[in-house]
Structure formats: C-alpha cells, structure tokens
Write a protein that binds this ligand. Structure first.
Ligand SMILES: [Fe+2]
Length: 169
C-alpha cells in the first residue's frame, strides 16, 4: 500500500504528463488528477438546439449567471491555462474556436464580443468589467474592442488528440 501512495505522489508532482488509456476514458496525471473522455468532441449543431448564443456571454457584475446547459459542457479547468492581457484598442481577436474550452473574464475597457454556434447562429454583445465569455470547445468567439482592454483568460484540460491554437470554419 505504501508503494502505491508513493507512485501516486510521484505522478502528482511530475511536470511531465502521464496517462493510462482505457477503452472509453483516459486517466491523466499532470499537476492535478483528471478523468477525461477520449477525443476532442466539440459542441455540435444538434447540441445547441434551443440555446441562444447570448447565454455564453454572461454579465456577472449585473447579476447574471451561467446557465446549466452550458455548464454541463465544460471540461475541468487547467491551472496552467490561466493568463491575462492588457492591450490597446487596436488589438482585436478574430472569430475562431478551439478543441478545448476557453473563457474570457473582462477586467478593463469595453469590447463587442461575438459568439457563433456550430449551427450558424451568432450574436454580438458589448462587454465590460465583470462580464465572462464562456466558450466550450467548438464554439466560435472573437471581439472588437471599443477601448483599451484587459481580460483574464483560462482554458480547460486538453483532451487527448485535441488540436492546439486557433481553429477556423
Ligand atoms: Fe480563443
């Protein structure tokens, strides 16, 4: 038993990524412990039936909260995927999506965020401090700043077989 715990803590403290592949799930050991579904299954057009793009852009400062339908799609957060930006008005972000979840928490300035779902429906909303944009894998997102802006960004744990970076339709 003692050696089992020893292996467990060794895996937890390694910076490299170890995994044990089973038939339907992958158990991953990095800095944290996760059980992840295999594959980079993105949100599909069928998944979005009855859900408006506006539900992915949440004014937390105004009392809104993330709806359960979107929460249910989110994978575990990746602490190594946390970052922040303070950028001038002229730096925008083109419409794109990822094979992993990515979220933006606005902390400065106003910007017009666009969310486009896999079924082609899209919406654009002006955001400012206190808003969070939730982008499950496969949901396109981009923004056009109105002012100098800043946000924190974080991602989910990357599923095995997922592609990196910005993807476009
Ligand atoms: Fe992104």
């Amino acid at each position: 038993m003692r050696s089992v715990f020893g292996v467990f803590f060794w895996l937890r403290t390694c910076t490299a990524h170890y995994s044990l592949r089973l038939s339907t799930i992958e158990i991953s050991f990095a800095k944290e412990f996760y059980i992840m579904p295999k594959g980079n299954k993105c949100v599909t057009a069928e998944d979005c039936v009855g859900l408006e793009p506006r539900r992915f852009i949440v004014n937390h400062a105004g009392g809104e909260s993330l709806c359960q339908e979107v929460k249910d799609w989110l994978d575990p957060h990746n602490i190594d995927g946390l970052g922040g930006f303070m950028l001038p008005k002229g730096v925008s972000t083109e419409l794109h999506y990822h094979d992993y979840d990515e979220h933006w928490a606005w902390i400065k300035g106003r910007s017009v965020v666009t969310i486009s779902l896999p079924d082609g429906r899209s919406d654009s909303v002006e955001v400012s401090t206190g808003w969070i944009v939730y982008c499950p894998r496969g949901v396109e997102h981009g923004h056009q700043p109105i002012e100098d802006w800043g946000c924190y960004q974080w991602t989910s744990v990357v599923r095995p077989g997922s592609r990196q970076g910005h993807l476009h339709r």
